[in-house]
Write a protein that binds this ligand. Sequence first.
Ligand code: GDP
Length: 318
Amino acid sequence: MNALPYSLKGKRVWVAGHKGMVGSAIVRRLEREDCEVIVSERTQVDLRRQEQVERFVKERRPHLIFLAAAKVGGILANASYPADFLFDNLAIQNNVIDAAYRNETEKLVFLGSSCIYPKLAPQPIKEDALLTGPLEPTNEWYAIAKIAGIKLCQAYRRQYGCDFVSAMPTNLYGPGDNFNLETSHVAAALMVKAVRAKEAGTQTLEVWGSGKPLREFLHVDDCADALVFIAQHYSADEHINVGFGRDLSIAELAQIILDAVGTKASLAFDPSKPDGTPRKLMDSSRLAALGWKPKIGLREGMKQMLAWYLANAAKARA
Ligand code: GDP
């Protein structure tokens, strides 16, 4: 086990999943540290294949691994590809975690998300709500795999003394988000719709459901900052929540997005679409007590995400 704070100076750091929204944010954040970032290209290393992962870790010998590689997606994707969500995620994490142990990786930070928690967990959700009730059935494939990943880190910690920790971020938004209306989450979806409404001169913004559900949103660059902080300052059996600390209604979010886009459309709620769970807010007081807090407010963060979306619009809309 490493002494805290764990120093990144001169370390080789493998960001597994560097093309994803979180992985790419971690790579950006690590530019400010005195460490060497290494990545594995999908064409060379299929993380679902144990021998390929073992070979990569043996050759490159990272000191620290951020395990941000995962098969992710919304309700529709989860429902359509349950086998992929369960198998791919289990395979990726089994391979990377075991290879880290076998090659004496000093530290590993495993990432999951808030959907590991029971559907009806008391709010704000504390870490110890894990496995206290049934999961949200629509994403249980992903959730079960991620819960197994948390347990695997704990098991290697207990049996072999590996300094492997797990971090569970809340809903994220920012550069690299998924802007496909079929599969995206609410912030990206409303941003696309608001931009289109502005371009078309439409007076309304369509918002699914009642606009009343409460959600928490964390900018992905804040998330990456928290993950680096966790690598440096956290070493424990239990996973740790990574959240913004406050929630707001979907209607309030929609208004912030309209302001960022610069259009005065009014909100048109579509009650035929589901509201989903009434509230999803993490309790991130454990991370706050260690001394980390988010820096990017929602208004500023949405403007940044909009700039990224507009600069990458052609790609994002393709
Ligand atoms: P959730 O946090 O797992 O419920 O996932 P979402 O981010 O997809 O949805 C959050 C809330 O935003 C739900 O109440 C949705 O009904 C609402 N919402 C409003 N408009 C939209 C939209 O255009 N797309 C999505 N995905 N959600 C929307």
